[in-house]
Design a protein around this ligand. Structure first.
Ligand SMILES: [Zn+2]
Length: 242
């Protein structure tokens, strides 16, 4: 029997000290901790707010930063709720993605894009669950800040490099943690999705991508250039490559 979104417990995996990968059946997020602060990378659906908050409370520390791979409702959905609890937390995304994060524009699959595929039971079931989880809710985040692509920064004691990886959305970022060979790949590279039987690193189906060819090129560039030991995708399980 299908369980309602938000009821199931997420799986929490400690990837390295201070790096936790949180996986649900619909979407994943990552928590960095260190220096007494917390950095959240992506934030699930609106219905994930309680689960995101619980993980942050369990790890302990002050949420100072939310890094956004891209502005889709299953990645920024809980941010407004989190800001009510942590009003000083900075939300950061690439400059090219900011209009999608504030929802001035929406580069996201809509019901109309899905219509040709709704005859497939997996797509129909996923669509119903995504809508139940708040996939069509207004999730715009006020005042996100741009983060400079390619420039290493330190968040919660971890070195983090934002990698411009357009395709899934125009301003999609992956986040590279060189000290542990960890690639937080967002929806630029996934390892599974409820609508697909594909496993291993891959790009989402074309209907989900703003520019499908660019998405494939971004994936190839990143995997060619970086010694990835562990991939933490937006959808599907973590993957050890090293
Ligand atoms: Zn997405």
């Amino acid at each position: 029997m299908m369980r309602a979104a938000g009821r199931t417990r997420p799986t929490i995996e400690v990837i390295a000290p201070g790096i936790r990968f949180v996986q649900t059946s619909l979407v994943n997020w990552t928590v960095l901790s260190g220096d007494g602060t917390l950095t959240l990378i992506d934030a699930g659906y609106p219905s994930d707010l309680a689960r995101v908050s619980r993980v942050l409370d369990d790890v302990g520390g002050e949420l100072t930063t939310v890094l956004v791979t891209h502005g889709h409702s299953d990645h920024i959905g809980a941010i407004r709720g989190l800001l009510a609890e942590w009003p000083d937390a900075a939300v950061m995304a690439s400059a090219d993605e900011l209009p999608n994060v504030t929802r001035e524009v929406t580069y996201q699959v809509g019901v109309g894009d899905l219509l040709p595929s709704l005859w497939r039971p997996s797509v129909l079931a996923w669509t119903a669950r995504a809508i139940a989880a708040g996939g069509l809710a207004d999730v715009g985040v006020p005042d996100p800040r741009p983060i400079e692509p390619g420039r290493e920064r330190r968040f919660s004691g971890h070195r983090v490099v934002p990698l411009p990886t357009p395709g899934h959305t125009p301003g999609h970022l992956m986040f590279w943690l060189p000290d542990h060979g960890v690639l937080i790949s967002g929806d630029g590279i996934v390892t599974g999705h409820p609508t697909s039987r594909e496993h291993g690193p891959h790009v989402l189906a074309p209907m989900f991508n703003h520019d499908d060819a660019r998405a494939h090129a971004s994936m190839a560039e990143v995997l060619d250039e970086l010694p990835v030991a562990v991939m933490l995708p937006g959808h599907g399980p973590s993957l050890r490559l090293g």
